[in-house]
Design a protein around this ligand. Structure first.
Ligand code: C2E
Ligand code: CA
Ligand code: CA
Ligand code: CA
Length: 279
């Protein structure tokens, strides 16, 4: 048994080393990836259930890794956050998304906002606001066409500072959305203190809504609460017509999910900008 334990330990040790090596490699790759232009943004539309119009498109980053192929954000966002690289990456995402939105506007494709995910780690940098403003200035995009998404859990970590920051961003005309809502257990009174425009109901509730009465009840409660606070509600991860119908009945304002479109390249998402094309 002892010998066996030793072997298991050796194997474990080797796996740990492999894992550590992989991380170090990925990390140095990450830093080069920006220079080598390996990141791309895909965009996923959010659709107003009353009008059928696209209100906003969420920018979602992908890494075209030369060896590993296309990497989803769950493969590199955490590492980017832990290493501090997230600040550079977010700057790139902001610049790319804003200049894209400006192009759409110049092509007369309508007033579609672009939504960018901000990592809580990013907030540790005290000049987030200045960074955002300099991107808006450089790209010529008006603040009203930029939406900032932050997760509910991130919101709960960075109380005072976040609150003040969001107030300023909103005064400038930007839209603030709370992502993955329902997973962070924030209370009504808590939420009320933040200058938030939109709640995005977390995908897991939408996924379970049709088979679990509890999840259905949570969705109903979130919608009622958001309405009482004059917030816009987006359901994320909508994949089926049944979910769509249920959300419509509940008075949900907007949906985002594979039912409308997967995240797609910039030129492909414009297809959804013409309201007659879908729903
Ligand atoms: P998120 O902000 O909650 O983004 C939505 C995720 O759900 C996206 O995954 C999207 O592809 C996926 N999704 C959308 N509709 C559906 C659906 O109907 N069904 C299912 N099963 N999934 C759906 P993705 O692109 O892999 O992004 C994962 C997460 O990575 C994002 O979650 C976000 O937290 C983070 N992320 C993505 N881009 C960025 C970025 O530029 N900066 C930062 N800080 N985080 C990012
Ligand atoms: Ca998001
Ligand atoms: Ca989300
Ligand atoms: Ca998520």
């Amino acid at each position: 048994a002892k010998a066996c334990g030793k072997n298991v330990y050796k194997m474990f040790d080797r796996k740990m080393n492999e894992h550590a090596t992989e991380r170090v490699t990925l990390l140095s790759d990450l830093r080069l990836a920006l220079e080598r232009d390996e990141f791309v943004l895909h965009y996923q539309p959010k659709v107003d259930l009353l009008t059928g119009n696209v209100t906003s498109v969420e920018a979602l980053v992908r890494w075209m890794h030369p060896r590993l192929g296309m990497l989803a954000p769950d493969k590199f966002i955490r590492l980017s956050e832990e290493s501090g690289f997230i600040v550079e990456l977010t700057d790139w995402v902001l610049r790319t998304a804003c200049s894209q939105a400006k192009k759409w506007q110049e092509q007369n494709l309508g007033s579609v906002r672009v939504a960018v995910n901000l990592s809580p780690y990013h907030f540790q940098r005290q000049d987030v606001k200045e960074a955002i403003l300099s991107v808006l200035e450089a790209t010529g995009l008006e603040p009203a066409l930029l939406e900032i998404e932050i997760t509910e859990s991130a919101l709960m970590q960075n109380d005072e500072y976040t609150c003040a920051l969001f107030r300023e961003l909103r005064e400038l005309g930007m839209t603030i959305s709370v992502d993955d809502f329902g997973t962070g257990y924030s209370s009504l009174s808590y939420l009320h203190r933040f200058p938030i425009n939109t709640l995005k109901i977390d995908r897991t509730f939408i996924l379970n809504m049709m088979k679990s009465t509890e999840d259905q009840a949570i969705v109903t409660a979130i919608i009622a609460m958001a309405k009482s606070l004059n917030m816009q509600i987006v359901a994320e991860g909508v994949e089926t017509v049944d979910q769509l119908e249920k959300l419509k009945d509940q008075g949900c304002h907007e949906i985002q999910g594979f039912l409308v479109s997967r995240p797609v390249a910039a030129d492909a998402v414009t297809e959804f900008f013409t309201p007659e094309n879908h729903l």
